[in-house]
Design a protein around this ligand. Sequence first.
Ligand SMILES: NC(=O)c1ccc[n+]([C@@H]2O[C@H](COP(=O)([O-])OP(=O)(O)OC[C@H]3O[C@@H](n4cnc5c(N)ncnc54)[C@H](OP(=O)(O)O)[C@@H]3O)[C@@H](O)[C@H]2O)c1
Length: 328
Amino acid sequence: MSIIRWGLLSTANINKRLIPAIRMSQRGELVAVASRDEKKAKAYARDWEIPTAFGSYEAMLTSGSIDAVYISLPNHLHAEWSIRAMTEGVHVLCEKPFALSVDEVDRMITASELNKRVLAEAFMYRHHPQTRLAGDWVQRGKLGDICFVRGMFNFTIQKQHHIRLVPEYGGGSLWDIGIYPLSFAQFIMGGPPTWVSGSQWLGETGVDETFAGLLHYADDRVAMIGSSFRAPFFTSAEIIGTEGRLAFNRPFVILDETRKLIFQPRDGEPREIPVPEKELYLGQIEDMHAAILDDEPNYLSLDETRNHIRTAEALYRSAQSEQVVHLD
Ligand SMILES: NC(=O)c1ccc[n+]([C@@H]2O[C@H](COP(=O)([O-])OP(=O)(O)OC[C@H]3O[C@@H](n4cnc5c(N)ncnc54)[C@H](OP(=O)(O)O)[C@@H]3O)[C@@H](O)[C@H]2O)c1
């Protein structure tokens, strides 16, 4: 096998970002799409010029026509369909948040091991050169000892009926967008926090429409994260160390021409750090190809992914109990 045949599991909005990335990749081709509704699948396949349409998710997974599947379902269905795909011998790239509990993550990892299938979280920004550069700077001590990581992701939800507002679907701003600064903090700090404190503001449907979290790490390091469905679109992040500050105006999404990475040294003027351009969604596809075809470990490990979910669960527990929660 030298080309990975991809299938899309659902006709989700986010697919429009993955489709060009698969087509841009050297070793992938998009061969199928599946929807719960056959007509919808066929119309989608026609619009996006995808060769085969399936009227159910099962039909695509059992067809033998795909090697890997991209799971872009509402959050509460990620674990179930990832496991079903791997049981049918299909490799899985599953959207963030990967799952809604550590228990679900562990079942997904077990399915990956039992069926010897590659499984990875689709967290595109982690693969981008800008994020990698930040990690490299921290590793090399260019910012000195890290004191703070701060990150925020907001956008306004207008619609009343929206998967992100349904509690049973794993709705909520922390699961949906707060998970970006959470994962960023964890990447920069090199692991999960020792204890967390969370605060949430619930909307009419009962999900957190705004979330604020403090993540405490060993050696007096702290991360502050925030997310909201009530505020205008905004993303930012910064890493503050004893030798300087690295500030991102587009850390997570839409890495367009307005993106800037600024280094403010302890002594001296702020300066822009050049970052190679790369299509935001391509890295995670290439990473899957390397894992499947070259037996390479995934760049975003399942251990790191598991810690995203562990920390998010702890933050929700803290917000609900109004108590600090320790991660053991
Ligand atoms: N990485 C990123 O940049 C990014 C951006 C946005 C979203 N996401 C993630 O991608 C996933 C999908 O988000 P989205 O906004 O693209 O979702 P969406 O447009 O609402 O699509 C979700 C799809 O899931 C299928 N589905 C199955 N059961 C469903 C149910 N009970 N209710 C609604 N839809 C159901 C539907 O496809 P069929 O009708 O065809 O079966 C639907 O089109 C989420 O996990 C989200 O966190 C990631």
